[in-house]
Design a protein around this ligand. Structure first.
Ligand SMILES: [Zn+2]
Length: 490
């Protein structure tokens, strides 16, 4: 496929619901930046523009600042919209309302302000100060929350079920409580991380995108993902993308990390294949996993890394969880044990995509790739838009499922639902993963153990400690494996 006709997509799938598309398309988002933002904070401002511009076709940036390191290769904020043009939707209608988001407390009038700094997130309906930044992680997370507010404001009148933000939200990425970040050591000049990234999709690439805005990184990265870039589907949902990418996703994400200063390599293969090729058992580097298939998650658990950070995204909800292999808390696979497909589940998946149970089972068990016949069956069943179906040939059943379920679904007043691309959910997941990785570089304790967010609402300021699966069905239940894993990292 060429990227040219892929360039201009509606941000809303399920275009049958014109009211939703109209609510987004008639809203013009104005991003105002104060002119003395430092370059690291300015890169977070660019991230805000990047996520908003993938959802809202009408966007204007007021003010211009020099941007530090960033994944799009721009030096001034004013260059960004042109550079990511192929990742952006086109408007079907004229803008009728403005929604103004300001970065910095010197801007006097706006609907929403984003502030904060390295670890603190400030979003509010009054001016919020921006600290001088070294990592700007708090601003990146704030950008994701501000984009979520813009979407909520556009869609709530249609009946989207949301929890609106109060006048001010204060949150932090050190302990994830609803307070400013507790005092942490100053961020050092050099931030050494060793990273294995399993999954280079919207979340993995967003993790790399946030890291690419952080000066002073050094260390190593390996990016593992067998998929290739889908020029139609991916750019609107990948905040770090320009829309001009092609080929291996792992190669692209490794390039972003190399640009950030890491010694990065990529492996276009499945996690299990990469694990099998390692000379020694275990993984010393911090694993960040965003793989989205059941067998992929099992392969991640099988890597038995010293520390695994698992990211999961579903609709507008996401979570980040840290796991190890020799304690009584959940491993990367525990929560999915009950989701291992049974015949009934295969039947449900088959029905969802319009395939026969036999064919869906065959694809699932053999990791088969979709044929023209499969895709036509899905079209005939009304599960796929015929105009956008052919690019699924040669992809996986999961891709077809995701296309059929699409992105965030918005329940509408009067029944039915519409779907909205939500790149800010991936951005938030990426900001959380980047925060945990930088904690490893600064010897700050990592998350204890899991944070869940739903971006139709606001952060709740709590973390949880999910216990290990005790049904005996998880791979971590083996006593032999547990003793062996404990010895591996002694
Ligand atoms: Zn487990």
């Amino acid at each position: 496929m060429t990227g040219v006709e892929a360039a201009h997509l509606p941000a809303i799938d399920g275009a049958s619901d014109e009211s939703v598309r109209c609510a987004v398309d008639t809203r013009k988002i104005v991003v105002c930046v104060e002119d003395d933002l430092d370059p690291v904070a300015a890169s977070a401002a660019a991230t805000l523009v990047s996520v908003l511009a993938r959802t809202f076709p009408h966007i204007e940036v007021r003010g211009d600042v020099a941007i530090g390191a960033n994944p799009w290769g721009v030096s001034m904020l004013s260059e960004l919209l042109d550079v990511i043009e192929r990742a952006r939707p086109t408007a079907a209608v004229e803008a009728e309302h403005e929604y103004v988001i300001a970065i910095g407390d010197s801007i006097g009038a706006a609907d929403l302000w984003v502030g904060g700094g390295d670890w603190t997130v400030l979003v509010g309906k009054g001016p919020q100060p921006v600290a001088t930044c070294r990592t700007a992680l708090g601003l990146h997370a704030g950008a994701a929350l501000a984009a979520a507010e813009a979407v909520k404001t556009a869609l709530a009148p249609l009946g989207m079920l949301v929890v609106p933000m109060a006048d001010q939200l204060v949150w932090n990425l050190i302990d994830y409580h609803l307070t400013p970040a507790p005092p942490a050591a100053a961020v050092p000049e050099r931030l050494a991380i060793d990273l294995v990234l399993f999954g280079a999709g919207s979340v993995g690439s967003s993790t790399a995108g946030v890291l690419a805005c952080t000066p002073g990184l050094c260390g190593t990265a390996v990016v593992v993902d067998p998929d290739t870039f889908d020029a139609t589907r991916n750019p609107p949902r990948y905040p770090a993308s320009t829309g001009n990418e092609s080929g291996s996703k792992a190669a692209w994400v490794a390039e972003l990390l190399a640009g950030a200063g890491l010694s990065a390599e990529h492996r276009a293969e499945r996690v299990g294949d990469w694990v099998r090729r390692q000379e020694h058992p275990g993984v010393e580097a911090t694993v960040v996993s965003s793989v989205d298939t059941l067998d992929g998650r099992l392969q991640v658990a099988d890597a038995v890394a010293r520390t695994t950070l698992t990211l999961g995204v579903g609709g507008m909800a996401l979570h980040l969880q840290r796991s190890h292999h020799d304690d009584e808390l959940a491993c990367p696979f525990c929560e999915y044990v009950s989701a291992v497909p049974t015949l009934t589940q295969t039947a449900a998946r088959a029905a969802a995509v319009g395939l026969t149970v036999e064919r869906a089972g065959q694809l699932e068990l053999n990791h088969g790739l979709l044929t023209e016949v499969d895709v036509q069956a899905a079209v005939a069943a009304g599960r796929l838009d015929p105009a956008r179906a052919s690019d699924l040939v040669g992809r996986r059943l999961e891709d077809l499922l995701r296309r059929a379920y699409a992105e965030a679904s918005v329940p509408l007043a009067g029944g039915g639902e519409a779907r909205v691309g939500a790149p800010y959910v991936s951005l938030m997941a990426g900001a959380l993963a980047a925060a945990e990785l930088l904690k490893t570089a600064m010897s700050i304790p990592l998350i204890d153990r899991r944070v869940d967010l739903d971006l139709t609402g606001v952060p709740l300021g709590v973390v949880s400690r999910p216990p290990r699966d005790l049904t005996g069905r998880c791979t971590c239940s083996s006593g032999l494996r547990r003793r062996w894993a404990a010895r591996l990292y002694r």
